[in-house]
Design a protein around this ligand. Structure first.
Ligand code: SAM
Length: 287
């Protein structure tokens, strides 16, 4: 069964009385070259256990099942497991879990399902929750080697953006802190059914053995990063003062103590700058 074939998708929809849901971000891959390209980008082979988020009707799942040791696919739409039972029949290394990925204990899942195996996350993500999923994958500190995801091109650019450059945001800082991201390739809207309005792109994030900068309190560090980007088009000082409920002069003094211009914009700050600013705030500069 060729799952990238529109006729196959329509027949499955009819048979299982299934209509694609916009609400769940269902845009299925119909370009036959794309699944293999994504799995190539993820560097998955027989040694690997793979977590897939949102298998849909299984087009990417099938490609991974052919090449990985084991695949665990987490799907939230309860109408899909019966479809997947048919489309993935014949693969004994795939398990489908009916669950919301944001409510899944992924650490426990990795320990249970993939003991002793290198693990990767690979998915064509539901675009409406790209950032929450990425943040969860990173903050859960999963013992995974890499996370390879297809997302909207603009989201991909933010994931891969180097902190301190124009495209960067809070999510770019989180990605770069935990991982080394790489933009792999773009995929045109016509490669999906239904076609989304935007171009997509695949990003691979290789998880670092240790974070890119050392900070005393990760929670406080990311609270600072989030606050800095909390108010678009404001200076970092104003956003941080508002977000962390600190007097503005105190934040300005901390920026100076960290060797930074008090008028700096958040996207101009590197991970090291945020660490220096965090240290200055901690030492009570300006109080
Ligand atoms: N992997 C398929 C493909 O590439 O053709 C489908 C990708 S589609 C863009 C996103 C998938 O994620 C859908 O199957 C959707 O039902 C599922 N999904 C949406 N929200 C989810 C959530 N919170 N947890 C798990 N899966 C979710």
């Amino acid at each position: 069964m060729e799952l990238t074939d529109l006729a196959t998708i329509r027949a499955l929809c009819e048979k299982y009385d299934f209509a694609l849901s916009k609400g769940f971000g269902q845009n299925f891959i119909i370009n036959p070259g794309v699944p293999a390209k994504i799995v190539d980008a993820a560097g998955i082979d027989r040694r690997y256990g793979v977590i897939e988020i949102g298998p849909g009707i299984g087009v990417l799942t099938k490609e991974m099942a052919k090449r990985a040791g084991k695949v665990v696919a987490i799907e939230v739409d309860k109408r899909l497991p019966p479809v997947l039972a048919e489309t993935l029949a014949g693969f004994d290394n795939v398990k489908v879990i009916l669950q919301d990925v944001l409510k899944t204990d992924l650490r426990a899942l990795v320990e249970q399902e993939f003991p002793g195996m290198p693990v990767a996350v690979c998915a064509n993500l539901p675009y409406y929750i790209t950032s929450p999923i990425i943040m969860k994958l990173l903050e859960d500190k999963l013992p995974v080697e890499n996370i390879t995801v297809m997302v909207q091109k603009e989201a991909a650019e933010r994931l891969a953006a180097l902190p301190g450059t124009r495209e960067s945001g809070a999510v770019s800082c989180a990605v770069r802190y935990f991982a080394q991201p790489r933009m792999m390739f773009t995929v045109q809207a016509g490669s999906f059914y239904p076609a989304p309005k935007v171009t997509s792109a695949v990003v691979r994030m290789d998880i670092r053995p240790t974070p890119a900068v050392q900070v005393p309190d990760e929670g406080a560090y990311f609270a600072l990063v989030r606050a800095a980007f909390g108010q678009r088009r404001k200076t970092a000082a104003n956003s941080i003062a508002a977000g962390l409920k600190l007097p503005r002069p105190q934040v300005a003094a901390a920026l100076e103590a960290a060797g930074l211009d008090p008028r700096v914009r958040p996207e101009q700050l590197t991970l090291e700058d945020f660490a220096a600013l965090d240290a200055a705030l901690r030492q009570g500069a300006g109080q």
